[in-house]
Design a binder for this molecule. Structure first.
Ligand code: DAK
Length: 260
């Protein structure tokens, strides 16, 4: 697959997608969103890919938001189309059914912060800065930021971050639960690959259902979500991987999951 604004690399079962517009701090224009959508659908279908890492090119930015050049000339019609495209991409990432690890190598602002929140797990370089500066442009977050941020860090912190527009440091983001872990910038990709490598050994169907149970369950009343969890447990109990996992424990060896 050829892309103008993405790089795609494979390391065994791990796919590494790099947003590659470093001259504009990897800002998201419509083409980049289209390419992200294409790559995500492709990685979803590819059973040999078990984990995805998403990062930005260069050492300054993950993604410094929507491309403000494009944003400045949106009409109501094109804005609606862009919103629908963005929502499709972010939902596809959130519901890929495989873990997507954001390796946040610098600024993750606006749409960039929204993009990392759509990922399954977030590792941040100690130099990263995260925030929702839309208010400073006279707009509001439009790729799910108001919703995903309040679910991740709680209503009070989400209100503060989105209303102030001020970015926060990686360590503050870790403290409030916006990122899972902060690592030295020079170690970021090594740590991300290590985490992805560990996840790639886990049972793929169980990982898929865990992501699904948490994402969908959070939108349901508790009793309904528990029933959904029970159904997914029933399905996972029918897999070869469950038999392999339990047998390996009893035989005191490492399991080898096949995703079946
Ligand atoms: N878009 C376009 N170009 C950008 C950019 C962006 N978001 N961010 C940076 N650049 C460009 C700069 O213009 C500069 O270009 P040249 O001057 O070299 O040509 C180059 O990248 C390097 O940036 P700086 O010179 O500014 O670098 P600094 O280190 O001085 O500052 C910075 C780094 C990240 C603090 C600064 O670049 C900055 O504040 N960037 C903008 C951050 C921002 O406000 N991002 C947008 C947030 S709003 C939508 C849904 C969602 C959204 C939009 C629509 N719909 C539903 C339709 C999302 C909106 C947002 O993301």
């Amino acid at each position: 697959m050829a892309f103008d604004n993405l790089l795609l690399e494979r390391d065994d079962a791990v796919a590494i997608v790099t947003i590659n517009r470093p001259k504009v701090l990897n800002a998201l224009n419509a083409r980049t969103l289209d390419e992200l959508h294409r790559v995500v659908l492709d990685l979803k279908r590819d059973d040999s890919v078990r984990v995805v890492i998403l990062t930005g090119a260069g050492d300054k930015a993950f993604v410094a938001g929507a491309d403000i050049n494009e944003l400045a000339v949106q009409t109501p019609t094109s804005g609606r189309e862009l919103a629908l495209t963005g929502q499709r991409v972010f939902d596809a990432i959130e519901n890929l059914g495989k873990p997507v690890v954001a390796a946040i190598n610098g600024y993750a602002l606006g749409g960039g912060c929204e993009l990392v929140m759509a990922c399954t797990l977030r590792l941040a370089a100690d130099t990263a800065k995260l925030g929702q500066p839309e208010i400073t442009l006279g707009i509001i977050p439009g790729y799910g930021g108001t919703q995903r941020l309040s679910r991740l860090v709680g209503k009070g912190k989400a209100m503060e971050l989105i209303l102030s527009g001020a970015p926060i440091s990686a360590s503050e983001a870790e403290r409030i639960g916006l990122v899972n872990r902060v690592v030295p910038a020079a170690e970021l990709m090594k740590e991300a690959r290590m985490l992805a490598g560990q996840l790639a050994k886990r049972a793929p169907i169980a990982m898929h259902y865990i992501i699904d149970a948490i994402n969908k369950g959070l939108e349901m009343p508790f009793a309904e979500a528990s029933a959904y969890e029970a159904t997914l447990f029933g399905l996972v109990a029918a897999t070869d991987d469950m038999r392999e996992g339990t047998r390996a424990f009893l035989e005191k060896r490492q399991p080898e999951f096949k995703g079946k």
